[in-house]
Write a protein that binds this ligand. Structure first.
Ligand code: PRP
Ligand code: URA
Length: 209
């Protein structure tokens, strides 16, 4: 999978293991997702373009680099994607935030859109679409389709845990989208849950089960 990037830094692996543990409560789960999202943002933004500016240090004038070019928009897939926004924002505070509301129909496993609000200038921004879980890939693929319909071209998908099936589906549907994950797991079970995964990310984040 050429455009799938697995970020297996030891700190990320350690924190993902803590999140997988069923004994980890909602507060710690949220904190860990926040920390991992920040660590992932560091890597995901590695190719942001730079420009040279001139500034004055206390010692002399100097040519130095600042980020230029496209600005970022973070787009969480509701609900669980919300848990990744603050960690990324702590590194890129000027990013705008859009929201896409999708839920997975428990019978068909197909995504149903119930909300979409993007920044007015979204098509001029690089989009970081965020969702902790990439299972069948139906939600992420549909979200990318909706975002593209609104004119966005430059999209990266950032997930915590992926199943090979989901990554393959997004790659097939959207070969132009790079996918960043902290872990690539084994497979899906019969209910579309990732094995070993971490269970239902939305429920564990918000304590709804
Ligand atoms: C989860 C998860 C993804 C989706 C992944 O959300 O956060 O959005 O499932 O599954 P897929 O790759 O098979 O589409 P869910 O539908 O449970 O909604 P929630 O975030 O509101 O709990
Ligand atoms: N959604 C989740 O929250 N977890 C999974 O394992 C699959 C879909």
């Amino acid at each position: 999978m050429s455009n799938v990037h697995v970020m297996d830094h030891p700190l990320i692996q350690h924190k993902v293991s803590l999140m997988r543990d069923k004994e980890t409560g909602a507060k710690e789960f949220r904190e860990l997702l926040n920390e991992i999202s920040m660590l992932m943002a560091y890597e995901v933004t590695r190719d942001l373009p730079l420009k040279t500016v001139e500034i004055e240090t206390p010692i002399c004038r100097a040519q130095t680099k600042v980020i230029s070019g496209k600005k970022l928009a973070i787009v969480p897939i509701l609900r669980a994607g919300l848990g990744m926004v603050d960690g990324i924002m702590s590194l890129v505070p000027a990013a705008k935030v859009g929201h896409i509301g999708l839920y997975r129909d428990p019978n068909t496993l197909e995504p149903v859109e119930y909300y979409c609000k993007l920044p007015a200038d979204a098509e001029e921004r690089e989009i970081l679409l965020v969702d902790p879980m990439l299972a069948t890939g139906g939600s992420a693929s549909a979200a990318i389709r909706f975002i593209k319909k609104r004119g966005c071209k430059n999209i990266k998908l950032v997930c915590l845990i992926a199943a090979p099936e989901g990554a393959a589906r997004v790659q097939a549907d959207h070969p132009d989208v790079d996918i960043f994950v902290a872990a690539m797991d084994e497979k899906l079970n019969d209910h579309g849950y990732i094995i070993p995964g971490l269970g239902d990310a939305g429920d564990r984040l918000f304590g709804t089960k």
